[in-house]
Design a protein around this ligand. Structure first.
Ligand SMILES: [Fe+2]
Length: 444
């Protein structure tokens, strides 16, 4: 690994290896992936206790902008108030239980139920009831206002927590802001927003992105652009990460490549380097990329001053418990949000969003995605598995998942037999079981 350049000592992503916890080696019971009883336990003790990403702040920029999002059986309504604050409410009118908003997003000065026109202001307060005198029991506004959900923001995202006694978001995120603030997600622009219905448990998807053991098998092309062996894995309290060297090639190829492989050459061209002008050894390309970006930051238009050298080439891949997977690069971030199905443990919703840093000057990297003014907010697409390509690598990832889920339901299968390089999966299960067993119950 290349020596770390800490340009600004006070704000850098720690690269140090975290102490390795002993997580044992037991089989992980498959029931956690297929059982409705376990699914209910997850809802009661985990989903309703953790901080979850509701939307992007950029999706509700103006007063009165709202967005609906679902987790399990609940629909949440996230609204931008007149004071500029984002608030989250259960999306249900307290009259007859109609959903206040049916559509995915919009803008309105008040939140009016479409059934009998009960009307709430942007803080959720009930302000108008047609024929109010006809309710002999009265319409006490303090009891009939929209039920608010704890809401906070970090990284340009609106987060919510269904537990009214939840700890603050920053306490929940732990080391995450210190690690990821240098990327300034809040300044990134969303350029892709797709939800796919997948026939697998939400954890089957989380697991698929928390190990690189499968790369040699289903992503043969990546052997020529990433090192899938020399991975640093760090397991923190709830969350974890691995650091994957990019702009290099896999030691599994078993040879010292003499020529720049085509996949790597394409990546060099994409950032403005000419592979034909590179005369060093192929393993030196990663370092050359780091030096090139550092030297050409002004032209590229990206401020790299808060990054160490490795961050200029590598994927700092973070998992924020329970359902956020982030491929974090110096100029972009790809995020997967895994959401459970309402009733079926064998189904889930896979939300793929992509963000890029808007360049201050120049056109190089991010200009692949946008004009000078930044990209328009992408439409949200919701598709079934197979209806739309997500790109070669994600398409490769998704092939096995329904078959994993089907296999897990077999009486012949007992549970996950996990290797060392897959230990982020074991770590996620430890956190999950800590919630199930009530370890975090008294957090607030
Ligand atoms: Fe993969």
């Amino acid at each position: 690994m290349v020596a770390i350049t800490r340009v600004k000592e006070s704000v850098y992503t720690p690269a140090e290896k975290a102490p390795e916890p002993n997580l044992g080696s037991e089989i992980i019971p498959k029931e956690r992936y297929i059982s409705k009883d376990f699914m209910q336990l997850e809802w009661d003790r985990m989903w309703t206790k953790v901080w979850l990403i509701g939307c992007r702040e950029q999706e509700i920029p103006e007063t009165g902008d709202y967005l609906t999002t679902e987790i399990g059986n609940e629909s949440l309504l996230i609204v931008r108030g007149e004071d500029g604050k984002a608030r989250t409410f259960y999306n249900v009118c307290n009259h007859r239980g109609n959903q206040v908003k049916f559509d995915e997003c919009g803008n309105s000065r008040t939140l009016q139920c479409a059934y009998h026109f009960w009307e709430y202001d942007l803080t959720g307060k009930l302000i108008s009831v047609p024929d109010e005198q006809d309710f002999t029991q009265g319409c006490p506004k303090d009891q009939l206002s929209l039920k608010a959900v704890k809401t906070d923001t970090w990284g340009g995202f609106v987060w919510f927590n269904l537990n009214p006694d939840a700890e603050p978001l920053m306490d929940y995120l732990g080391m995450v802001p210190q690690h990821l603030n240098p990327y300034h997600f809040e300044n990134m622009a969303m350029v892709m927003n797709v939800t796919v219905d997948w026939d697998c448990n939400w954890k089957t998807s989380v697991d698929a992105f928390n190990e690189v053991y499968h790369v040699q098998c289903i992503h043969p092309e990546l052997s020529y652009t990433i090192d899938d062996v020399d991975i640093q894995i760090d397991l923190y309290e709830r969350h974890n990460r691995y650091l994957v060297p990019f702009k290099t090639y896999s030691p599994r190829l078993g040879e010292d490549l003499q020529e720049v492989p085509e996949g790597l050459a394409d990546e060099l061209r994409a950032i403005g380097m000419n592979p034909d002008e590179f005369h060093g050894r192929v393993p030196e390309i990663r370092r050359a990329v780091q030096e090139y970006k550092r030297a050409n930051a002004e032209t590229i238009g990206i401020d790299y001053s808060e990054f160490n050298d490795d961050q200029l080439s590598d994927d700092y891949h973070y998992f924020i418990f329970p359902n956020i997977t982030m491929n974090v690069m110096a100029e972009s971030m790809m995020m997967f949000r895994q959401r459970p199905h309402e009733t079926d443990p064998n189904k889930m919703y896979y939300d793929v969003t992509m963000y890029v840093t808007v360049p201050k000057t120049g056109k190089a990297i991010a200009a692949n995605f946008m004009g000078d003014a930044g990209p328009p907010l992408p439409d949200h697409e919701h598709v079934k598995h197979g209806e739309r390509s997500l790109g070669l690598v994600l398409d490769q990832d998704s092939v096995n998942l329904p078959h994993v889920q089907k296999g897990m339901n077999s009486s012949a299968y007992k549970g996950l037999w996990i290797s060392g390089q897959e230990r982020r999966i074991r770590h996620m299960h430890k956190t999950l079981m800590d919630y199930i067993n009530g370890e975090y119950a008294n957090d607030a």
